[in-house]
Design a protein around this ligand. Structure first.
Ligand code: LCS
Length: 391
């Protein structure tokens, strides 16, 4: 895809290669588990790599390839790998890049299970980790050890919307022979391209904005370097967290309207954040589009927009938040984010409940914090509904 095209054009056409047999514009769904060989010799050659071609859908399928092509284009990587879930993308990356005796530095504030699986499960395999405030670059530098192989940041972070400097972390990682991976789920490829800023790996939960229709769980890993891509691809195919062709087709269909949806959701989020910031019942709004956000300038520099997710605290603490969640009617009370509809939830008791309380509070995930993912509704309806429910 020509990088000179505008974002909407890129999203509409990324990776597109209409079906060569019939010219169908929408990609066919190759709903098959396996592929017939013309001869035993062909089967042997496909397995040995002497001949390209499909073998078995866990190892590759034309519909999942179509989605991977589009994502590699949009994130400016050498290749993309699509996975059954976002967590599968995270754990496949951990497994591929970290061996017993290695160490990882991660953002203290990230999607709860992505941190907990490292601290609870990978630690049992003798892989060490330190999760800290990666927006503090001195803290990142100090946490690096001779055996640090990976810095993994989530920016903006779920759910505090804290921002980490991608280019600076890439520099720190590379000075120490480590790789930098970035979970860029909150902004999607239309608003942030970590590889352009020096990152080696981009992770997405495509359950969120990329699919955008709240009907599929999916993930992706996009790499800058061919060797890293091939290493992770080999592990993914063996561990088995690959994507089904039907799932890939749905995500590709959702992807084509990503820029449109993101534009509408982001415009709504900006107006709603301004409304909430000025509302007497609200103590603080955390949204990278507001000048009050502590890393507003950094966000402006490294991203094309603040996205459509925010968090806020009410003056009345958790009880006021609970009452708001029970009284809101346009936004739905549900976890997840990045869909066409607005969703509201309480991280401390829901998405981040698996993180022990002391670590959660240290990461800024207070008991009073409410997270809101803004959808494509009419913003007037969202504002009126919040005004009523806050009252
Ligand atoms: N990365 C981020 C930033 C996420 O928000 C999530 C899920 C994941 C990775 C994992 O992806 P999944 O396997 O669910 O596709 N975040 C969720 C959330 O905030 N509410 O429900 C799920």
């Amino acid at each position: 895809m020509n990088k000179k095209y505008g974002t909407h054009t890129q999203v509409v056409h990324a990776g597109k290669n209409p079906d060569s047999e019939h010219g169908s514009v929408a990609p066919p769904i190759y709903q098959t588990s396996t592929f017939k060989f013309d001869s035993a010799e062909q089967g042997r050659k496909r397995f040995s790599g002497e001949e390209s071609g499909y073998i078995y859908s866990r190892l590759g399928n034309p519909t999942t390839d179509a989605l991977e092509g589009a994502l590699a284009d949009l994130e400016h990587g050498v290749g993309a790998l699509v996975t059954s879930t976002g967590m599968s993308a995270v754990t496949t990356m951990y497994f591929s890049l970290l061996d017993a005796g290695d160490h990882m530095v991660g953002s203290d504030c990230m999607y709860g299970p992505a941190r907990v699986v490292m601290e609870k499960e990978f630690s049992r395999k003798n892989i060490a980790s330190d999760f800290l405030d990666t927006s503090n670059l001195d803290a990142v530098r100090k946490a690096i050890k001779p055996n640090t192989k990976l810095i993994y940041i989530e920016t903006p972070a779920n759910p505090t919307l804290k921002i980490t400097d991608i280019a600076a972390c890439a520099k720190i990682a590379h000075e120490h022979g480590a790789l930098l991976a970035v979970d860029s789920t909150f902004l999607s490829p239309v608003l942030q391209n970590p590889i352009d800023l020096g990152a080696d790996i981009v992770i997405h939960s495509m359950t969120k904005f990329i699919n955008g229709h709240t009907d599929v769980i999916a993930g992706a890993i996009i790499c800058k370097d061919e060797n890293v891509h091939l290493r992770i691809r080999s592990v993914l195919r063996s561990l088995g967290g690959t994507m089904d062709p039907n799932q890939a087709w749905l995500v590709l269909r959702g992807l084509r309207t990503l820029a449109l949806r993101m534009e509408k959701s982001q415009n709504n989020a900006m107006k709603l954040a301004e409304f909430l910031e000025n509302h007497p019942a609200i103590e603080a709004v955390h949204y990278p589009g507001l000048k009050s956000h502590p890393q507003y300038e950094l966000g402006q520099r490294q991203s094309k927009g603040p996205g459509a997710v925010m968090a806020f605290e009410l003056n009345g603490g958790y009880e006021a938040g609970e009452s708001l969640m029970n009284n809101i009617s346009v936004a739905l009370l549900a976890v997840s984010l990045g869909g066409y509809e607005s969703l509201i939830q309480h991280p401390a008791s829901m998405t981040h409940a698996s993180i022990p309380k002391a670590e959660r509070v240290e990461a800024g995930i207070t008991d009073g914090l409410i997270r809101l993912s803004v959808g494509c509704e009419d913003v007037e309806d969202l504002i009126q509904d919040f005004d009523r429910a806050l009252g």
